[in-house]
Unconditional design. Structure first.
Length: 449
């Protein structure tokens, strides 16, 4: 099938490339001329494991191409996926201007028989508005929702091995088109969940809010764990081994970030309030998330207080490992807070340096590697759990540092190895460990770090 994918960002690029790998003829469209020129030259503007190689394969096989010419791509395609950004608006809702801008352009160029697939995350009711716009066109166009559940860092695997493929279709024709597109995945036994448009939209929002809520829940509990001398790593096992609960997304740390959870939670709260439904639970999720990082920064500042200007090595800037995405990243926020508090922040991230430089400018120092960031530092913060940080030689780290404090913002380090190197280990919701020592204040800890 000939498919146009409007928007060549994290979702559009991955979806378009995977659709090409499923055998479709795909044209990626973007308004960003530099981005399209780079893609046409075989350069991939984002970091996602395996994506560059896959794009090269699909372009070489002539199943994938890129253009800025939306009308031509729409004319040549039977199905048009919309994967443009839907950023937060200042009032807490969604800014849907890019989405409706793209939809209007599509409608102007589309002839009867084409299907518009909304891949972007949109508030419930948006698909219906798009369908109403399409109904005003002289041509008969289908509009269906197909929210995306991929995760950055494992996006290709997630697209090709989906937990579920959600279809929100107004008509049987719309549903049939989506089935045809995803037939290779349906044949492999992956689940299709077909439902109404608003249900599909709310499923995506609900899933993200649920995951964010679990993170904020365990983070809030981690504060209590610290106060009463419990170890949140043991507690999360005690909770998560109940099959009704499960262990996923119950890891304490500096909180969630990314382009999805913060804005989706805020948009749900906004939409509920606008409908006079009190979001008792939802309104606390982001508040807890923000407090978590502030509390963490306070602990770091307390540990390094008393000397001269503190030097902090910040390991990690991306909102999670295996991506260069820093949107709403807690690490970037922590860098900002530490710099504002008068610290010298020396940061290193394997992939997110350029993106961070664009946002933070010269507020922090950009190190060439982990060691350059750490030499002479009073404290190290692990803000993103890249494996390159987890596998460091702590004796070597101790030798180049000025101070001795390691702050594990992702509870990802082996505390015993850190303390054996003569360093203080501080995690989130776990008792601290002194240099050379076992855990302080805990007896019979089930999970040894
Ligand atoms: N990033 C994720 O992990 C993820 C996962 C699931 C769903 N989503 C949702 O998918 C959507 C896209 O997210 P993203 O992270 O890929 O965004 P992104 O910002 O990385 O990419 C969006 C792209 O759309 C382009 N664009 C904007 N207006 C356009 C127009 N009129 N015509 C053509 N191109 C246009 C932009 O130039 C940009 O390249 C959002 O609604 C997001 O919430 C994102």
């Amino acid at each position: 099938m000939n498919i146009a994918v409007i928007g060549c960002g994290y979702v559009g690029l991955v979806s378009g490339t995977c659709l090409a790998a499923l055998g479709h003829q795909v044209t990626g469209v973007d308004v960003d001329t530099k981005r399209v020129a780079a893609l046409q030259a075989g350069k991939v503007p984002i970091y996602e494991p395996g994506l560059s190689e896959m794009i090269l394969q699909q372009t070489a096989a002539r199943r994938l191409g890129f253009t800025t010419d939306l009308p031509a791509a729409v004319r040549d395609s039977q199905v048009i996926f919309v994967a443009v950004g839907t950023p937060p608006s200042p009032n807490g809702g969604y800014d849907l201007s890019m989405l409706f801008g793209a939809v209007e352009n599509i409608i102007q160029s589309a002839e009867s028989g084409k299907t518009i697939v909304i891949k972007s995350t949109v508030p419930p009711g948006t698909g219906e508005k798009v369908a109403q716009l399409a109904a005003k066109s002289a041509h008969r166009l289908e509009v269906v929702n197909n929210p995306e559940f991929l995760r950055e860092g494992t996006a290709i695997h997630d697209f090709m091995n989906p937990d579920r493929i959600v279809f929100g279709a107004g008509t049987a024709e719309g549903l049939a088109v989506l089935r045809e597109i995803y037939q290779p995945l349906i044949d492999k036994g992956f689940h299709i969940l077909s439902m109404g448009r608003a249900s599909a939209e709310l499923s995506k929002f609900g899933a993200n809010a649920m995951l964010a809520m679990r993170i904020s829940f365990i983070n809030e509990l981690s504060r209590l764990a610290s106060a009463v001398g419990a170890d949140i790593e043991s507690v999360r096992m005690g909770i998560g081994s109940d099959p009704r609960i499960g262990p996923a997304f119950l890891k304490a740390g500096i909180g969630y970030g990314g382009s999805c959870f913060p804005k989706d939670v805020a948009a749900l709260v906004h939409q509920m309030e606008s409908l006079d439904i009190e979001p008792h639970l939802l309104s606390g999720i982001e508040k807890a998330n923000q407090q978590q990082r502030q509390h963490f920064v306070t602990r770091v500042l307390d540990a390094v207080a008393g000397g001269g200007k503190p030097v902090i090595a910040l390991w990690g800037l991306a909102f999670k490992p295996d991506t260069d995405d820093i949107r709403e990243s807690p690490a970037v926020d922590i860098a900002r807070m530490l710099a504002k508090a008068g610290c010298t922040v020396r940061a290193f991230d394997p992939e997110a340096m350029e993106n961070t430089r664009r946002v933070l400018g010269d507020a922090i120092v950009y190190a060439t590697d982990v060691h350059a960031a750490t030499t002479g530092a009073d404290a190290v913060i692990v803000a993103t759990d890249w494996s390159v940080f987890i596998t460091q030689n702590w004796h070597g780290i101790k030798q180049i540092m000025r101070g001795t404090h390691i702050f594990d913002g992702r509870n990802c380090l082996a505390s015993g190895k850190v303390s054996a190197a003569g360093l203080h280990y501080h995690a989130v919701g776990r008792p601290p460990v002194k240099p050379g020592g076992g855990r302080e204040g805990t007896v019979g800890v089930v999970v040894a770090g």
